[in-house]
Design a protein around this ligand. Structure first.
Ligand code: ADP
Ligand code: MG
Length: 598
């Protein structure tokens, strides 16, 4: 490590100095970061039960020469940067050269250190920032810093400390956060009379994680790793069951520095989608590696927060990475659609078993022109049937007729409908509850998007064109959106001054819903561009929202099954396009817990 220099005042001016030390945890953070910057392989932290009385951090890093040890306690003395330009290239955790000075100023500090080049070490003792003694000391290479009587000369700050328990809790979080971020380092952490942890070097993030958090019950926590556009994000994500009521167990680090970031927190939460109920926060370790020039670490006095040059981009990359990892929690035990996914127009995932007496599978129906649609067989395969056709008698008829039932391929896994709004099914390790409207909305949204962006959706030609009255504004919108509407599967032409004749509608939804959603899409031009959505996105959302089955609609067993299969074949089954959950999973663990079985 290069030797310490006192920074030029012009550089100092550019550094946001501030109150670095506000509580014992801040002392631990600064000392731990220094130990890491010094290339240590072992870091040992010890705190008294009242941590303001004593914190000791010991490392086996580079150590300091006698000269450096004395300089280290001076303000803006750092070995880590030299010029203002260096600020844009920071790779070290420290760079302001003021932590040791600030801590020394408000405590009794003893610094003992030895660098590899020296035979004896140096011990410096300071009180309230003034060096009171310097002596030689025999010791191993590395550094030990003991901070005692923190805030002895600033009683006001002492009074601001929370309870002993609270201070220890925060301090522990600092240590755990770094221990998680640096698994290759051997950590020791003890708190007088309660905590004593030894974490030998771990193989990787996951191994360290499991030592601290355990494996998780049902599906183990998993490491993830994802790179996009120069942003590398990796880490470990806890299982939904492990989620807590507070954000305390989330660790974010940017280029090795543990930080808080609302952006990262939000991206993480969204990535979990509805796997978690509202007020639960996943356990997570999210590490970002990014060009330091794209990060401003200098916004906060304790560097606790970072700002990214492109917050939106980082948000997106992290959210996607988390989402991708969450796909492993998609309920299994329910057959997935084959090919499936967006763009598989009307293709019934898991289509086997949907053929009705050979008179047409739903994929035929979806792509079939007029004559196929409207027949009993065809209609019964459409997902969103009108309520009248779904009345109890129709369902009863199906049930009575054993042959038909067999022909329909009644799914082995029962799916129940609850209050005409939710679908329930047993899955491996629990049950899943699907919101029928939100789920269908997600399916139709992905279909619509893929049509709008990549091609044209199948259209069902109406036997009798529907004439629809439009306001002048809606007519305007129609002219503007015509190409988009065609890609969705609509065929419409002007019919007189204020009317259009709709000759074709998207094949995957019933005619009534298609007309409703056409009007909704036309009305939605009013808000086009709001929220920054491109037109395709905007149209896909309003289309899906109005075309989807409603709460209150009865679904036949086959429709329920199709909804399940198609939902779990979408790219993001967790949420509807507005971010509302599409399904909730309740694990057996949770049920067992609630019934007092464990
Ligand atoms: P900064 O970390 O911002 O440089 P600090 O006040 O935290 O400022 O530390 C001042 C200097 O003291 C560092 O630049 C480093 O050279 C030296 N130093 C502090 N702690 C250690 C340590 N544990 N091992 C080796 N050198 C250290
Ligand atoms: Mg430092």
């Amino acid at each position: 490590m290069p030797s310490i220099r006192v920074l030029d005042p012009s550089v100092v001016g550019k550094i946001r100095a501030g109150e670095v030390v506000d509580r014992p945890a801040a002392v631990a953070k600064e000392l731990v970061e220094n130990a890491l910057d010094a290339g240590s392989t072992l870091v040992a932290i010890h705190a008294a039960s009242h941590p303001e009385r004593m914190i000791r951090v010991q490392d086996d890093g580079s150590g300091m020469s006698r000269e450096d040890a004395l300089l280290a306690l001076r303000r803006h003395a750092t070995s880590k940067i030299e010029s203002a330009e260096d600020l844009a290239r920071i790779r070290t955790l420290g760079f302001r050269g003021e932590a040791l000075a600030s801590i020394a100023e408000v405590s009794r500090m003893a610094l003992s250190t030895r660098s590899v080049d020296e035979l004896t070490g140096t011990q410096v003792e300071a009180l309230g920032g003034a060096v009171i003694q310097v002596s030689g000391v025999g010791r191993a290479v590395g550094t030990t810093i003991v901070v005692e009587d923190l805030f002895f000369n600033t009683p006001a700050r002492l009074r601001f400390l929370k309870s002993r328990e609270a201070e220890i809790r925060v301090l522990s979080r600092v240590v755990w956060n770094y221990a998680l971020t640096y698994p290759r380092i051997h950590w020791k952490f003890s708190v007088e009379g309660r905590e004593d942890t030894d974490l030998p070097e771990a193989r990787d993030l996951l191994e360290r994680w499991e030592v601290l958090y355990g494996r998780g019950s049902e599906d183990a926590s998993a490491a993830f790793d994802h790179e996009a556009g120069g942003i590398h994000v990796s880490g470990v994500l806890g299982t939904p069951e492990q989620a807590r009521a507070s954000r305390d167990y989330q660790t974010f680090a940017v280029n090795g520095r543990v930080v808080a970031s609302a952006t990262l927190g939000a991206a993480l939460r969204q990535g979990y989608g509805n796997l978690l109920p509202g007020e639960r926060y996943p356990l997570a370790l999210v590490l970002i590696e990014i060009d330091p020039a794209l990060v401003d670490s200098n916004v906060h006095p304790t560097k606790r927060e970072v700002r990214f040059r492109d917050e939106a981009r980082v948000f997106q990359v992290v959210r996607r990475a988390v989402e991708a990892s969450m796909r492993r929690y998609v309920p299994s035990g329910i057959a997935f659609g084959e090919a499936g996914g967006p763009g598989a127009v009307g293709e019934p995932p898991g289509s086997a078993g949907y053929g009705v007496g050979g008179s047409g599978t739903s994929s035929q129906v979806a792509t079939l022109p007029a004559q196929g649609v409207g027949t009993e067989a065809g209609e019964s395969l459409l997902l969103a049937l009108d309520a009248p056709r779904l009345d109890a008698s129709a369902t009863a008829r199906e049930r009575e007729d054993g042959d038909v039932e067999e022909g329909l391929g009644e799914p082995e896994i029962p799916i129940w409908q609850l209050h005409e709004r939710y679908l329930l099914a047993p899955i491996r390790g629990g049950i899943v509850i699907v919101d029928q409207h939100a789920a269908h909305e997600r399916i139709l949204y992905e279909e619509a998007r893929s049509h709008l962006y990549d091609g044209t959706g199948a259209s069902q030609v109406l036997l009798f064109p529907r004439v629809v009255d439009l306001t002048p504004a809606e007519l305007d919108a129609l002219l503007m959106l015509e190409p988009h509407l065609r890609r969705l599967g609509y065929e419409a032409s002007l019919f007189g001054e204020r009317q259009v004749a709709v000759r074709g509608v998207p094949a995957s939804i019933p005619e009534e819903a298609a007309i409703d959603s056409l009007k909704a899409v036309l009305a939605s031009v009013d808000t086009l561009g709001e929220g920054g959505d491109p037109p395709e996105e905007h149209i896909a959302k309003s289309f899906a929202c109005h075309a989807a089955v409603r709460s209150g609609q009865v679904l036949s067993p086959i429709e329920r099954r199709a909804l399940f299969d198609r939902l779990f074949a979408t790219s993001l089954p967790h949420g509807d396009p507005h971010g509302r959950p599409t399904y909730v999973r309740v694990s057996m663990e949770e049920l067992d817990r609630r019934f007092g079985r464990r």
